[in-house]
Ligand binder design. Structure first.
Ligand code: NCD
Ligand code: ZN
Ligand code: ZN
Ligand code: ZN
Length: 343
């Protein structure tokens, strides 16, 4: 079965500043090994990408060092709201963190939030890390300022139901869910320990069931929230939240399709058409992936390319295997190997 190269709208490639976790080369190798040829990377780096200058340096590096297409989000911060109009001319979207998570980018205070919401062009996406009540605040902002708002990694029944209600009332909101919130619950968190600590935290079975119920309607995108941290960091007393996901997302979703829980057509919408439409991403010519949707194996079927070197899904039985990736006319991945490219 062939698909176009997939799009992951939520990854952390850790450049600049924490390249011991991941870098553009290893992160995009992991992307290719997971069937993704376009990535949207988050700005919670060190320094965070909140100025045109820092964003530009990082985007130039991304172009040079990546094996597939990478677009960088700009980040919003109270101190740099004046930069947003120029950033908007260059970046695909803005990221706003409303709740505590990894990195320094939390936006606090209603006046800061509403001025960000009014300054960023209303027809360009603001992606929100918003949990619980923050989701309601984000929906209110979309309604009041008639602007696009995209909700990252939605994980709770009450959140997805609120977003469904907002959509039913015609508000311009979209959302993504991660495979880990579709395939893991709090029970797995207890079993896997700090390795599965992430934001939002894993939820209950009824939350997971609600996400599956909304997979054919409310949910626009599947995004990995690939958030690599090293095993040593995860073993610390106060481990950073986040788990890698670029290499397990497609196997998990293909497994769900093989089991009849979602159609292959719907997967194409969630992993390609909707991401491209929402973030207005360019088409990639002659870029396709080939999967053997019937192949069964124990994950991973290749040594992981992510620099952090681990996955919470190691040892899981998957049905559906990536065979090959053609990127802009050239085969760049086959049978578990990212192929060498000419410099
Ligand atoms: C992310 C990270 O490590 O950058 N961590 C996480 O738990 N999801 C930050 C984020 O996406 O909130
Ligand atoms: Zn500034
Ligand atoms: Zn987040
Ligand atoms: Zn994230």
């Amino acid at each position: 079965m062939r698909f176009p190269g997939l799009v992951d709208v939520h990854v952390h490639l850790r450049v600049p500043g924490t390249e011991h976790k991941e870098d553009y080369h290893t992160g995009t190798a992991a992307a290719l090994a997971g069937g993704f040829t376009t990535l949207l990377a988050m700005p919670n780096t060190q320094p965070p990408l909140v100025t045109l200058q820092d964003w530009r340096i990082a985007q130039t590096r991304a172009q040079k060092e990546s094996l597939c297409d990478v677009f960088l989000f700009a980040g919003a911060s109270a101190a740099h709201i004046h930069e947003l109009p120029t950033l908007a001319e260059h970046t695909p979207a803005l990221k706003v963190y409303m709740d505590a998570t990894y990195g320094p980018l939390r936006v606090q205070g209603l006046s800061t939030l509403s001025s960000i919401m009014q300054t960023w062009p209303s027809d360009k996406v603001i992606a929100l890390h918003a949990e619980g009540e923050s989701v309601a605040v984000g929906i209110a902002m979309a309604a009041i300022y008639r602007r696009l708002v995209h909700f990252c990694h939605v994980s709770r029944k009450n959140e997805i139901e609120l977003i469904a209600d907002a959509k039913a009332r015609g508000l311009p909101v979209t959302c993504e869910v991660t495979p880990h919130h579709l395939f893991l619950t709090q029970a797995d968190a207890a079993r896997l320990g700090p390795l599965t600590d992430m934001r939002p935290r894993l939820a209950s079975q009824s939350d997971v069931d609600a996400l599956w119920q909304h997979l054919n309607s409310t949910i626009d995108c599947i995004a990995s929230d690939h958030a690599p941290h090293t095993l040593a960091e995860k073993a610390q007393a106060d481990p950073p939240p986040g788990i890698p996901g670029l290499e397990s997302t497609l196997p998990l979703m293909l497994t769900a399709a093989a089991e009849g829980r979602v159609s292959y057509e719907r997967l194409l919408e969630l992993l390609y058409h909707n991401p491209r439409r929402i973030f207005k991403l360019p088409a990639q010519s002659d870029t396709t992936i080939e999967v053997d949707e019937k192949a069964s194996y124990i994950f991973p079927d290749h040594p992981l390319y992510t620099k952090c070197g681990w996955s919470p899904f190691t040892g899981c039985k998957m049905t559906g295997r990536l065979i090959s990736v053609i990127f802009k006319g050239k085969e760049i991945f086959r049978d578990g190997k990212v192929l060498p490219t000419k410099p």
